[in-house]
Design a protein around this ligand. Structure first.
Ligand SMILES: [Zn+2]
Length: 298
């Protein structure tokens, strides 16, 4: 499995670098120059839950109908010159060790949480008040479940995402339910910084938010630069698994199919430009192989 995955990702890298070169870095000045980008010091993976869905075909339309699938929920913590960025906040910590679990869409998916975010931060000597920025990939409940634990952090999210969750309901009732839950979980953050597209968080190319809409209108991914590990892209939900990413599969819950495919293509081009690895939030097979706090990437 691992070997197959590596081969597939390498083929993507080669194909993309042949066709696209390094255009991504030079076309938009907000993206770092791979040769001169600054570094974050540490990248930690936090276990932010796991879930069981009863019909994988929601994420792989036309395939895997009625088959159950297990997903990971992952948060990431980045240290850069004494400041901390938390990327996504996972399943609400009130559901810790609850055998009934917690759900965003009860008929479809149930989440379980074995470790709290505050407990994992404490393992490396941190309190929630030490987190400077909480950056949100998007507003689905399994990504913003603990935003309320960080009242003094600056919340970084795309402006179109914030506007979208308060927009009138559309035809897809699952999406309407997800928006209602998002409004409830997000509340009214004290320090909210709304972003318009790609954003270099520290101005040195070490941590860059990348606009990857389609899963939701204001979805974003995150590019991190580390001294030893190089560039790493944190997916958010730009894809749910390596298989979906390789095959351009778009979940039926996504708000824009064409934008979703364009965003996956953008990530592929960036992987080529930055020789970057892609860590996929919900890919449990991949996530289980990655380092977990207190271990870290540097
Ligand atoms: Zn999502």
């Amino acid at each position: 499995m691992l070997k197959h995955t590596r081969t597939a990702i390498i083929s993507i890298l080669v194909a993309s670098s042949l066709s696209m070169g390094t255009r991504t870095a030079t076309a938009d000045s907000k993206l770092p120059d791979p040769a001169t980008a600054g570094f974050a010091e540490k990248l930690y993976r936090l276990d932010c839950g796991h879930s069981l869905a009863n019909d994988e075909s929601v994420w792989t339309p036309g395939e895997n109908v009625g088959r159950s699938i297990e997903f990971s929920s992952t948060c990431w913590l980045i240290r850069r010159r004494g400041e901390w960025v938390l990327w996504d906040t996972g399943v609400p910590q009130a559901s810790l060790n609850d055998p009934k679990g917690w759900s965003t869409l009860p008929k479809l998916i149930v989440y379980h949480l074995d470790k709290s975010i505050t407990g994992q931060l404490a393992e490396i000597g941190l309190k929630t008040s030490d987190i400077t920025y909480v950056a949100l990939s998007h507003t689905h409940g399994d990504h913003i479940g603990n935003v309320g634990l960080f009242p003094n952090s600056t919340i970084l999210m795309q402006r179109v995402e914030y506007t979208w969750i308060s927009s009138p309901d559309g035809a897809n009732d699952n999406v309407n339910q997800l928006k209602a839950l998002a409004r409830k979980l997000l509340g009214t953050p004290k320090q909210l910084q709304l972003l318009d597209g790609d954003t270099d968080v520290f101005g040195d190319g070490s941590v860059t938010l990348i606009s990857t809409p389609g899963h939701t209108p204001g979805h974003q991914s995150l590019l991190v630069h580390l001294k030893n590990s190089g560039f790493i892209i944190l997916s958010g939900d730009v894809a749910h698994s390596e298989g979906n990413f390789e095959k351009d599969m778009v979940p039926s819950l996504n708000t824009d199919k064409a934008a979703s495919i364009a965003s996956m293509d953008r990530v592929r081009r960036m992987m080529a430009t930055y020789q970057a690895k892609l860590f996929i939030n919900h890919d449990k097979t991949q996530s289980d192989m990655l380092k977990l706090l207190p271990a870290f990437y540097d």
